[in-house]
Design a protein. Structure first.
Length: 436
C-alpha cells in the first residue's frame, strides 16, 4: 500500500473508536453482549490481531460467519482501520459496507473522499475521464460529510472537534471536483476560501503547510484562469504559497507568481512588498491593491504630453502614437505627417504590381503582419515586385491616411528608389520596437 494512506491513519485517531470487547452486556449502560461463545471467540481473535493484514483477514472471516452479529458495526470499524493501512481499494469497499450499517459514519465518508481524491491525482495525466469520475465520487462523500448531523451517542464537543478536522478537507475535495470535473472555477474558489477560513479560525498554522498550502497555490492559479482573470487575488495567493513553500518548490512558484505580477503590473517592481504583505495573513486586506500596467493609450498619450514637438518623432514613435493615442492626439500628429515623403524600411509581407504591404515594427515582423500599406505611384514590372520576406530599405512613400483599428498607415505614390533622393529619412527610434 502506498504511504499516502498514512495521513488518514493519523486522522482516524480523532474519531470515536469502538470500546474493547465485552463478554457480558449491561443493558443499562448500552454495552453489547455476545452470547454465542464461538462468535465471541471469533470476535476476540479478530480484534486482537497485531498486523493490519491479519486483522483484516480475521474480520472478514468473522463477518462471513456472523453476517448479522450484534458487533457487526464494531468489526466493520476494525476492518476499515486495517485496510486503510495497506489496501486503498479494499478500504473504500469497507467504508461503503460500514455506511450501509451506519450511514452517519464520518470516518467512512472521510476515508472515501480521501482515497478517491488521491486516486484521482494518480490518473490525472493518463486518464482525465477517470480522474473526473473519481473526483465526483470523492465530492459526493465530502458533501455527505459536510451535511452530516451529530449522531446519537457523540458529545457536542467531540463532534465539533471531528468536524473541525474533516470539514476543511471536505471543502478542498469539492473544490478539486469543481475544477477538474465540473469545470466550475468560481465554485472551486468559494470552496477553497471556505476551507482556508475554517482553518484560519481553528488552526492558523495549518494554512502554512500542506495540504492547505497546496490548496492556496491552486486557489491563486484558479483566480488567474477566470475570464476575466482576477489578478489581484491570484497574485496574492500565489505569493502567499511561495512564502511558506519548502525551499525546493519556491523557484517554480516564484516564476508563476512573477509572471502574472509582471503581466498585470508591467514589471517586477513592488513584488517583494506583495510577498511581505501576503506572509502576514491568509486573505488580502480590503485595501490591498496592485497598480496595473499603463495601457497602450496611456503610454501613447503620456509620450505626446512629454514630447509636444512632433517634428522630433522617429517613425516608430509616430506609428505607436497613431495606433494607440487618443483620437485627438493621433489627429494632431497626423496633421504634421500628411503629404510628407519618407523612406519606409521594413519586411515585405505581400506585394503585387500596385501595392506593397510592409511589416515595419519588430512586433509586426514577429507576427508577420503588415502595419504599412504602400500604394505604388506606377505599377511595378513583374521582375521588380519584391518577394515576401524581402527586407526593403529603398521604398519611398507619402503619408496619406491611417487607421487605429487595425493599426495601419497608408502611403501613396510609392516608389522603389534606384538612386537616393533628397527626402526626409525618418530613422526609427531606438527605444521602440522598430527596425532601423
Amino acid at each position: 500500500m502506498k504511504k499516502y494512506l498514512l495521513t488518514s491513519v493519523v486522522i482516524l485517531a480523532g474519531f470515536c473508536m469502538v470500546a474493547a470487547p465485552l463478554a457480558q452486556a449491561q443493558d443499562a449502560s448500552g454495552q453489547i453482549t455476545i452470547k454465542n461463545p464461538a462468535e465471541y471467540n471469533s470476535y476476540q481473535n479478530a480484534v486482537s490481531q497485531t498486523t493490519p493484514q491479519a486483522k483484516a483477514a480475521a474480520c472478514e472471516a468473522f463477518l462471513s460467519s456472523y453476517p448479522q452479529s450484534v458487533v457487526k458495526l464494531a468489526i466493520l470499524n476494525q476492518l476499515l482501520d486495517a485496510y486503510t493501512q495497506f489496501d486503498a481499494s479494499k478500504a473504500v469497499d469497507a467504508a461503503n459496507r460500514l455506511l450501509q450499517v451506519d450511514p452517519s459514519n464520518l470516518k467512512a465518508l472521510y476515508l472515501i473522499a480521501f482515497i478517491k481524491k488521491q486516486q484521482a491525482a494518480q490518473v490525472a495525466a493518463s486518464n482525465p475521464a477517470q480522474q473526473a469520475q473519481l473526483l465526483d465520487d470523492a465530492a459526493a462523500a465530502a458533501q455527505k460529510g459536510l451535511a452530516l448531523a451529530k449522531p446519537d451517542g457523540v458529545t457536542d464537543d467531540a463532534f465539533k472537534k471531528q468536524k473541525s478536522t474533516t470539514d476543511p478537507f471536505f471543502h478542498s475535495v469539492v473544490a478539486y471536483d469543481d475544477i477538474y470535473s465540473k469545470k466550475d472555477l468560481q465554485g472551486a474558489i468559494t470552496e477553497f476560501r471556505t476551507e482556508l477560513e475554517m482553518l484560519s479560525t481553528s488552526n492558523p498554522a495549518a494554512t502554512q503547510v500542506a495540504p492547505a498550502l497546496n490548496d492556496t497555490l491552486v486557489l491563486g492559479q484558479t483566480y488567474t484562469q477566470l475570464k476575466p482573470a482576477d489578478m489581484i487575488n491570484g497574485i496574492w495567493y500565489l505569493s502567499r504559497a511561495e512564502n511558506f513553500a519548502p525551499a525546493q518548490f519556491k523557484p517554480a512558484i516564484d516564476k508563476q507568481a512573477k509572471y502574472w505580477y509582471k503581466r498585470f503590473h508591467g514589471s517586477a517592481d513592488g513584488y517583494d512588498a506583495v510577498m511581505a504583505e501576503s506572509a502576514k495573513s491568509v486573505f488580502p486586506p480590503q485595501d490591498f491593491k496592485i497598480a496595473p500596467a499603463p495601457t497602450p493609450k496611456e503610454i501613447a498619450d503620456k509620450f505626446v504630453a512629454d514630447n509636444p514637438d512632433f517634428s522630433t518623432y522617429a517613425m516608430g514613435d509616430s506609428e505607436y502614437v497613431l495606433a494607440n493615442a487618443s483620437p485627438e492626439n493621433a489627429e494632431k500628429l497626423f496633421a504634421t505627417l500628411k503629404d510628407k515623403v519618407v523612406i519606409i524600411p521594413g519586411t515585405v509581407v505581400s506585394a503585387d504590381a500596385n501595392q506593397i504591404k510592409l511589416a515595419v515594427t519588430d512586433d509586426a515582423k514577429a507576427d508577420k503582419v503588415a502595419d504599412f500599406t504602400i500604394n505604388m505611384k506606377k505599377p511595378l514590372a513583374d521582375k521588380d515586385i519584391p518577394a515576401a520576406g524581402t527586407d526593403m530599405k529603398n521604398l519611398v512613400g507619402t503619408y496619406d491616411s491611417y487607421t487605429q483599428t487595425p493599426p495601419q498607415i497608408i502611403m501613396r505614390d510609392g516608389e522603389i528608389q534606384v538612386e537616393k533622393k533628397p527626402v526626409s529619412h525618418h530613422k526609427p527610434a531606438a527605444g521602440h520596437h522598430t527596425h532601423s
